[in-house]
Design a protein around this ligand. Sequence first.
Ligand SMILES: [Zn+2]
Length: 117
Amino acid sequence: MESNTHASFLGNGFRWVLTSEERSNIAKILEIEEDTISHVKGNVMCRERMQCGGCGKLSGLDDLVHNAVTAGVHNRDFILEVMAGGPQTRAYAHKMQCSNCSQGYEGVFINWGGYMD
Ligand SMILES: [Zn+2]
């Protein structure tokens, strides 16, 4: 079940495969080298990517990271851990905003953490 969203169904969730653009955005937001997260292939979410009603951007891991940093609720180490922690990472639910135009995506997103393979 491949769609235009780079996401595929994974039993208990949807893989959001990290795009090079997202990786680059995340590195910028976290002020790290892209190499630092080169092992992160994506993360597992409760739903497929959504398109932003404001600018048309597809929701991505970069939005999650952007939200976490701007909300000030998670420090960078925690974010890196969640991204690379694998499915054993405790799931957390939250609202998500577009990192490009700040419009909110509809509904709640649950993140099961990242994966490496
Ligand atoms: Zn947007």
